[in-house]
Design a protein around this ligand. Structure first.
Ligand code: SF4
Ligand code: SF4
Length: 393
């Protein structure tokens, strides 16, 4: 261990002891994100949580001006936030995760369990629903500091630990980062788990190795079955390359997740049919069914979820399950949507049991799906399916 890292390790123990001494055993307004185990790296600052649940945003712990963590600044910054949260104007006041708690005598973390990286931007895709306008800068890549140096320092100081720490790559597109491959390899060889969200446009050998070693979860959101819809949703022409990446990542047998964000542009039955067959032929074993965030939470407007999107989600779920592919709904769906999707799904399953296998073989899969949906809508009392599929719920 070099001298600087050795001193960081012993300073961490000293300052975390003083955090325990000041707050341990007291009744405080508190959130587990402030225990020191979790932080997010953002340009110029370390923040307390990746996604604050109130409009003040994630509280700033300290400045981040060189690729290392200073224990005094980090734990001092956390202590300041905890103190301020006991007043009406604390940085977390308004967040539903801030709750009154009796603090354990010892609660300050001895190492980092989750680090999320949000200090870079630029993307080789231009998804229509992307919230980060700074990502729409093809080929431009901005990272505040060098992740490889940061993690080398944290490993030396034993502030990240094999099999106990997880690093999450946020958006834009991490494979565009110059040190991405070497950083993924450094973390892989030290058994630090990684969650990597990638567009899949640029294939990464380092990702493949991490999947093979079972130390990574990798997600690609393809949101289409046909190349035409991919082009409309992602606004780039790389559908075939992305599907090739999907096939190669899935072939590792690692934790690869194919995601489908359902919304008005990709919820046609034919699109779903194509997606399911393409995913199965690419060897995908796990699918995440999500929904476009504005669609899910907007009570009105063009992007609102209609019966068609719920039928699409239900179809993906049931068809994947029928092909022995694990399929799950991301937590962004509203409970009401999930209830309706389940009702539709149950109806589909009952219907498919009624239709004899011999008759099923006579028609092509798309017509078969259409027939199922028409019957489903008829059962729901909808007499003119095509027009009503477009009706807002
Ligand atoms: S209380 Fe909310 S804003 Fe504060 S650290 Fe926790 S999640 Fe983040
Ligand atoms: S891949 Fe992610 S970061 Fe890139 S444009 Fe799409 S949603 Fe935005």
């Amino acid at each position: 261990m070099n001298a600087e890292c050795k001193s960081a390790a012993s300073e961490w123990s000293r300052y975390s002891l003083s955090v325990d001494n000041e707050f341990g055993g007291k009744c405080l307004n508190h959130c587990a994100c402030l225990n020191g185990a979790i932080f997010a790296v953002t340009p110029g600052f370390l923040r307390a949580c990746g996604s604050a649940t109130h409009d003040k945003g994630s509280p700033i712990i300290c400045e981040y001006l060189k690729p290392t963590i200073d224990p005094e600044e980090f734990l001092g910054g956390l202590s300041t936030i905890i103190r301020q949260n006991q007043t009406n104007t604390g940085p977390c006041v308004g967040c539903r995760r801030l709750v009154q708690t009796i603090m354990p005598r010892q609660f300050a973390a001895t190492f980092f369990s989750t680090i999320s990286l949000h200090d870079f931007c630029g993307c080789n895709s231009q998804c229509v629903y992307c919230g980060g306008s700074e990502y729409f800068l093809p080929e431009k890549y901005v990272a505040s500091l060098d992740h490889e140096i940061l993690f080398s320092n944290l490993l030396e100081a034993k502030l990240i630990r094999p099999e106990l720490t997880s690093v999450e790559w946020g958006g834009g597109e991490p494979t565009m980062l110059n040190t991405f491959e070497s950083t993924v390899r450094l973390l892989r060889s030290n058994k630090i788990r990684q969650v990597i969200n990638t567009s899949g446009i640029r294939y990464s050998n380092a990702i493949e190795e991490a999947l093979r070693d079972r130390v990574a979860t990798v997600r690609i959101s393809v949101d289409s079955g046909t190349n035409e819809t991919y082009f409309k949703v992602k606004r780039n022409p790389h559908s075939d390359s992305v599907w090739e990446s999907i096939r190669r990542y899935a072939s590792t047998g690692g934790d690869f997740i194919l995601k489908y964000i359902v919304f008005g542009m990709n919820s046609d039955i034919e699109e779903i049919d194509c997606f399911v067959r393409r995913a199965q032929s690419a060897g995908v074993t796990k699918v995440c069914i999500s929904v476009e965030a504005h669609s899910a939470h907007s009570p009105s407007g063009d992007m609102r979820i209609t019966l068609r999107e719920l039928v699409a989600a239900s179809l993906i779920h049931n068809l994947m399950k029928a092909g022995n592919v694990e399929a799950y709904f991301e937590s962004i769906w509203l409970p009401d949507h999930i209830d309706k999707i389940e009702q539709i799904g149950n109806f589909q399953s009952n219907l498919s049991r009624i239709i004899s296998p011999e008759r099923e073989k006579e028609v092509n899969p798309t017509l078969r799906l259409l027939r199922r949906i028409r019957r489903l809508l008829r059962d729901l009392g909808i007499r003119h399916p095509r027009s009503l599929l477009r009706k807002r719920l």
